[in-house]
Design a protein around this ligand. Sequence first.
Ligand code: MYA
Length: 212
Amino acid sequence: MEDLELRRKAVAELGRELRSLMETVARTETPTEDLQELAGEVQRLEARFTGRRRERSEIPGVDVFPFGLRMYSPATGHGSAFAPPLEIEETEDGLVGRCALGVAHEGPPGYAHGGMSAMLLDELMGWACAAKGLPAMTIALDVRYQRPVPVEMPLLLRARVTGIEGRKITVSGSVVPEDDPQTILVAAEGRFVAPDLDRARSLFPGAKGYQN
Ligand SMILES: CCCCCCCCCCCCCC(=O)SCCNC(=O)CCNC(=O)[C@H](O)C(C)(C)COP(=O)(O)OP(=O)(O)OC[C@H]1O[C@@H](n2cnc3c(N)ncnc32)[C@H](O)[C@@H]1OP(=O)(O)O
């Protein structure tokens, strides 16, 4: 069997180059004829991905699901062109995530798109549930945007489970500047539900962790 760590490294390297490309594209003011030529080159590059494509519900071979690694997650995935990617660490008081957003994640000029903050919080809050042994899905997310989130600024995200009632979990989260953690840019409250085994099996037929 192919070395999994080697493959994860290759996936992450490709992801890093794609993120860099996305940022270059979002910032470029290069002449129009260059853009037209580059689009053709990217199309030719895409045609070189000739290997097997995974099925819609198939878990990527590099992942560990539901408790571990999602390499193509748009929030945490090192293989994702879209992810910052968010780096997560477990602390005594819940989870802490670190990242900086780029111009490719912009909403208002110079500031992050609100959907990015919501997505990153949603993901981190979801991982906070998994860290309690309850891999769960979001059923409600209330996001308060208190200050705009500058792009290219190191950010600290926090997620803490505040209550567990059977399979229902409540989680709070925030985004702050890493160098000014008292200033809350975004605050969130979320409700999550850990699907029961039957529901999880039907939702994620490709997940070995839920099968007999
Ligand atoms: C799970 C796996 C993933 C983990 C990956 C690792 C972490 C990655 C982190 C990534 C994070 C990314 C996160 C994402 O992006 S998750 C993606 C966005 N979220 C969804 O798509 C979830 C859609 N909802 C559902 O599929 C079902 O509702 C689920 C599966 C969650 C529960 O269906 P299930 O059949 O299992 O539950 P139940 O019917 O037995 O109900 C149980 C209890 O819950 C209450 N209730 C249920 N639903 C709702 C609702 N919508 N509103 C209000 N309440 C609701 C219900 O009243 C009952 O309460 P009670 O009567 O007992 O008091």
